[in-house]
Design a binder for this molecule. Sequence first.
Ligand code: PLP
Length: 387
Amino acid sequence: MPRVSSRTQSIPLSGIREMMDLAISIPDVLRLEIGDPNFQTPANISGASAAWVKQNRVSYPPNSGISELRKAIAKKVTERNAIPCSIDNVNVTIGATGALYLALLATLESGDEVLVPDPGWAGYPAMVGLAGGTMRPYGLKAQNGFKMTVEDIASAVTDKTRAIILNTPSNPTGAVFDKEELQKLLAFATERDLWIISDECYDEVLFGGTHYSIGSGEPIEQSRVISCFSFSKTYAMTGWRIGYVVAPSALSKQITRMQAAAVASASVVSQIAALEALNGPQDSVAEMVAAYTRRRDLAAGMLDAAGLRYTPSDGALYVFLDIRATGVTSKELALGLLRDRKVCTTPGSAFGEAGEGFIRLSLACSDADLEEGLRRTILYVQERSAL
Ligand code: PLP
């Protein structure tokens, strides 16, 4: 075989995948490791897509996305995220993954540093590397509930820093960042002339509080914020692979050209579904968020009763459980829990060094699985802590 590129070697194996691969080989495992909603995509959404496929030729859409959807996205982002924008600021992408990758490709020169949250989504390091950048983690602190402070970020900035990745509501911690801190960060990024790549794929999965979009602080055409969103979590549409990126129009045009070169476009079938997701009734979103909130409360109640510590989750789909009292690493604990009690979770170390000492449990499973999974996890952690 001829030589393969060094790029192929630069992609770390995701710690979540590692646990999933192990879980598949063991029968009757409770799967609390992955953030894939246990709900069906709402029927009006899949129905609109199916009807469209029956009636229309499924042909190439525009590279930036179909204009009806871009218009509906611009309206949603203007009204719900308070970022006044137009169709010219929107590209429809293959999930938030596609949005984030294009944002990095559009902003990085080879060797530029990108600040990445630690703990943070396990997808960032590979993406930054593939886009030619160098990842530099900024530590989020357990004692601050893993909420970002400008000091956390400022201390990681060097003269090679080009961009900061932000994620609120956050995976894996469920933290929702404060408006005041986000406004301070925008001022800091402006002073240091840095891009902010804002991953807001859980913007509507909130347990009561509000989400503040950092991009709402600047007129879009002068903005240094590239905002990335997804239909995956809000509408239980992970497999449709559909999201969007919002940026100043000149940059948006370049992003369209990069998307054209890389993947041509997101699937038109999924775009029709996404259009219905935005324009159709929103009751199913409210019902799903109510279910996640109920599960978050169930988890908090059980953990409080057991006297275990965890990060209070204000959004996204996760509970981040403190296992430091066990004295073992998060990977050892997660592997033992899987092997001995048949509960699959994700070790905090899969999200970066600062995630060590925690395991992540997902709220995206049934109430019954969550309750039983928590019961077994609590017992296991208590037994290990007593050793
Ligand atoms: N960003 C974060 C923080 C995530 O948790 C995920 C998926 O779990 C993604 C991005 C990717 O989402 P999508 O399915 O829209 O590509």
